[in-house]
Design a protein around this ligand. Structure first.
Ligand SMILES: Cc1cc2nc3c(=O)[nH]c(=O)nc-3n(C[C@H](O)[C@H](O)[C@H](O)COP(=O)(O)O)c2cc1C
Length: 267
């Protein structure tokens, strides 16, 4: 292995400690904490009972070939002001974390989802910051996979300056008609896996986001994933209790502008 790579342990001791302390060894290979207050069957999704519910049109899965999707996968950083269709938003949420089917195994019922999940615990939650979607009021929405609908947490068109601030000044992404945010109710996984579960949560967020990215391409849209945001402020906007849940990842989605790299490449 090349010694020219930067030292993980020396340069980033906090990350190294986390990785080391959540590694499995022979003596803890079957570790499953299952003892904390968070152990047991977790709630399948956050609920916001006071929020108005908004029905989504039945979702459709993309029918584009994998070769075409992968060839066109690029981060879009120039969005046109064209709004997103509600059908498109519905499809993107569905490929992200929808329910494909309710399966049965013996007398157990389980939900079949478009992403794998460590232990089948599904610790993620999807939110949409809607700026311009035809047929949907601007606002902050939480996606409810069972029933495939939205909960309207806030009815507001966030000023562009605030959107830009939340994603740490990334002006070209703040103009996108929709920002999807992936958050996690972290304890759903940690109850079973202990601190190692945090790794699984981040991996699952990547699975979800790749589905969304590829589905966006199938709709002729661009997306740009966002790791740079102010965690606490974004969590507050999404009405998350910081003791339970945290935003992990976001993506800006919209029609690529004529000057975007992908449009230029296609033309
Ligand atoms: C975890 C993660 C976080 C990212 N965060 C940002 C971000 O905050 N802002 C941004 O413009 N791009 C972000 N990106 C996109 C990368 O910059 C981009 O994927 C990379 O430059 C390669 O370009 P490509 O996606 O066009 O192939 C992120 C990508 C990943 C995987």
């Amino acid at each position: 292995m090349s010694q020219k790579e930067p030292s993980f342990k020396r340069n980033h001791p906090l990350t190294w400690c986390y990785h080391h302390n959540t590694s499995r060894w022979v003596h803890n290979a079957t570790a499953s904490t299952q003892t904390g207050p968070d152990a047991g069957i977790p709630q399948p999704a956050l609920e916001f009972p006071d929020a108005p519910q908004v029905r989504l049109p039945a979702a459709q899965l993309p029918d584009a070939g994998m070769d075409q999707l992968l060839r066109n996968r690029l981060s879009c950083r120039r969005f046109s002001p064209q709004p997103l269709a509600l059908q498109t938003l519905s499809d993107l949420l569905f490929v992200g974390y929808g329910i494909l089917e309710i399966g049965e195994f013996g007398n157990l019922e389980f939900l079949e989802r478009p992403v794998p999940s460590g232990g089948g615990l599904y610790p993620l939650e999807l939110f949409a910051i809607v700026n311009q979607v035809s047929g949907l009021e601007s606002g902050i929405y939480h996606y409810r996979p069972v029933g495939h609908y939205l909960e309207q947490l806030r009815k507001v068109l966030l000023p562009k300056a605030l959107r830009e601030y939340l994603i740490m000044g990334q002006a070209s992404l703040a103009v996108a008609p929709v920002l999807l945010v992936v958050a996690s109710v972290v304890g759903r996984s940690l109850g079973k896996y202990g601190d190692r579960g945090y790794r699984y949560i981040l991996l699952e967020a990547g699975h979800m986001m790749q589905n969304v990215n590829l589905a966006a391409i199938s709709h002729g849209l661009g997306s740009c994933n966002i790791g740079g945001f102010f965690d606490q402020e974004l969590g507050e906007l999404l009405c998350l209790d910081p003791d339970l849940a945290a935003p992990l990842y976001a993506t800006a989605i919209g029609h690529p502008d004529s000057a975007d790299r992908r449009t230029l490449r296609a033309g």
